[in-house]
Design a protein around this ligand. Structure first.
Ligand code: AMP
Ligand code: MN
Ligand code: MN
Ligand code: MN
Length: 288
């Protein structure tokens, strides 16, 4: 895994990152400024199930003289699990996508209520209020509940919050009905975008189940798979590249940046994708 003093040069391309529009820590404009300062020339803001940050990011990118694709990371149901599908170069005002995002947001609101109730029932009164405070205007996601559990002194860190409270089977877990993977890909396509199967090695799926999930994505018309991801090491990259070849998918790369204090994931800190793979950005219109 790359560390903050890694000699790896920053990549000029980073197509996966988060802002305060979802569970990132920096405002959309600050994410773009950080990307530009780190030498990124082509980026995408890909907040979870929301397009709220896209306009601010695009305006900041124009000021910085870099290119920012409108993007999103959609939560998707596959069998009984969840996978993440990144949509790139989407029209953020397309009605089908906007309606889909609204449905995902109402699921998020419903789940946030239930997580709050469950934590309260487990004796943690202040956590829901703290999560709501941390999120500001949006809907608290699990990362906000995790930060609230840390802030309330219930656990020492985010990992502890997920392991002890927020993971499936834990007292603060509430199920959520995301749209099916086929539906999510349809929304992205309707909005003129390209669908990317995000961080394939991060789901707790068996090899067979992972391949079946990717097969569903391919059958739905998905284009690319995230071969280089900020959270994975070189082994993950090799495995993801093999999946790209096996399924004939283009390759994407994105840091999945959330938090400047989370030192081992940084904007543009990415292993380059192998030269035999087709980059997903090769087919995108250059900046006009
Ligand atoms: P949600 O989409 O609300 O279910 O939240 C998922 C988000 O929680 C991910 O995108 C990560 O940002 C964060 N997350 C998941 N697992 C962990 C973990 N073990 N430690 C820190 N953050 C996590
Ligand atoms: Mn996140
Ligand atoms: Mn994700
Ligand atoms: Mn992400």
């Amino acid at each position: 895994m790359a560390t903050s003093d890694s000699p790896m040069p920053a990549s000029a391309i980073d197509l996966h990152m988060h802002s305060t529009a979802s569970d990132g820590r920096l405002a959309p404009a600050a994410v773009v400024e950080r990307a530009a300062a780190r030498g990124v020339e082509l980026m995408a803001l890909t907040d979870h199930d929301t397009l709220e940050g896209v306009a601010e990011a695009r305006a900041a990118a124009r000021r910085q003289g870099i290119r920012c694709l409108p993007g999103i990371e959609l939560s998707a149901r596959w069998a009984r699990g969840v996978v993440h599908i990144v949509g790139l170069d989407i029209d953020p005002s397309h009605p089908a996508l906007v309606a889909g995002v609204a449905a995902q947001q109402s699921e998020r609101r419903r789940r946030a209520m239930r997580i709050g109730e469950r934590l309260e029932r487990a004796g943690m009164d202040g956590v829901a209020a703290r999560a709501a405070e941390l999120v500001g205007e949006g809907v608290p996601g699990r990362a906000h509940f995790a930060r609230a559990l840390v802030a309330e002194g219930v656990v020492r860190d985010m990992q502890g919050a997920f392991d002890r409270y927020l993971q499936r089977g834990r007292p603060g877990y509430a199920p959520v009905q995301w749209a099916a993977i086929e539906q999510v890909v349809r929304w992205i396509h309707a909005a003129g975008g390209v669908a990317v199967f995000a961080h394939p090695l991060r789901y707790r799926l068996s090899r067979g189940a992972l391949r079946a999930a990717i097969q569903s994505f391919v059958a739905a018309g998905g284009t690319a798979i995230e071969v280089s991801n900020g959270g994975g090491g070189r082994d993950d990259l090799v495995a993801a590249a093999a999946l790209a070849r096996r399924f004939g998918l283009c390759a994407s790369m994105g840091s999945d940046f959330h938090d400047p204090d989370f030192r081992w994931i940084e904007i543009g800190r990415l292993v380059p994708i192998p030269g035999d793979l087709t980059p997903v950005w090769a087919s995108m219109e250059p900046m006009t």
